[in-house]
Design a protein around this ligand. Sequence first.
Ligand code: NAP
Length: 314
Amino acid sequence: MSSNEVENLIIIGGGPAGYTAALYAARAELNPLVFEGFEWGGQLQNTTEVENYPGFPEGIMGPEMMTRFREQAERFGTRFVNDDVDRVELTDGGIQKVFLGDEEYRAKAVILAMGAEPKRLGIPGEMELMGRGVSTCGVCDGAFFKDKETMVIGGGDSAIEDAVFVSKFASNLELVHRRDEFRASKIMQERAAETDNIEFKTPYVPEEFIAGDDGSLEKVRLRRSDNGQAEDVAVDGAFIAIGHIPRSEIVTGQIDTDEEGYVEVDPASTATNLGGVFAVGDLVDHTYRQAVTAAGSGCQGALDAEWYLRDSDL
Ligand code: NAP
């Protein structure tokens, strides 16, 4: 691919936001170039069945859904680079530059759609048992634990929201937090306290996820934060809800981000503080982080980029 040309639009990110932006931009005949990342597909690539994306009443596997997103963008002429961007040089209203090693790509507009990743505990068994009883998304996977023993780890609004959601299916749920005080809003805490099958378990730090003979999660080893005592709790499902990290590292220092690293956009659009640079999906979203909201945001980004290019002198 020639790097001497100036592209209309480069999209960085191969999740629901990036592919939807590509679909709309391709249909607007912007001939977008998507840097989808080596592990394209985003968080849905690590998800099993998606049951909450409208239009799929029978559900769809996460990787299959992302393949379809990608194919739909490709159908209208989107080009893909299956590699991770190393760095960018962003300007306010000028030509934007994207680098793969020393290879330089230039564009009149860029849509940033690098997403976010759930924070991990970094303890033994966590990655090995992901999808086999350990999950980072209660809203996605809670329904698979009907009448099962479950646990949610975390003390913020996400943890409580996951706990309340998962408890609708589970027989019992332990809400494990490392401190006695919860960070979550009072109203959310009350909601959890009022739910019969949710039990608060504090102050405990998870130390290890342990598999049973069938290779799926059997118990979680906890340690009391105050007296150091260890305890094993038998559960079928454990949900980690300790926050997310936006994948904004390649733009940090070049664009306005908030204290947590989320890219800041004009509340009414996807415009960043730099002309011609737009940001969409989980990279900007503290709150919703759903495939459907990311896709909607990607659509907005493509329309914003289209209008920017129409009015630009570049
Ligand atoms: P958060 O507010 O940052 O809370 C993260 C929680 O995880 C904290 O309680 C933290 O403990 C704990 N934690 C972090 N690292 C840990 C570790 N290594 N081991 C054990 N525990 C750990 O994140 P969030 O709950 O995802 O919420 C993010 C934002 O979205 C917030 O602004 C929240 O209000 C918003 N949100 C709102 C709603 C709603 O209103 N319906 C729903 C979801 C999210 P410490 O407290 O000890 O630091």
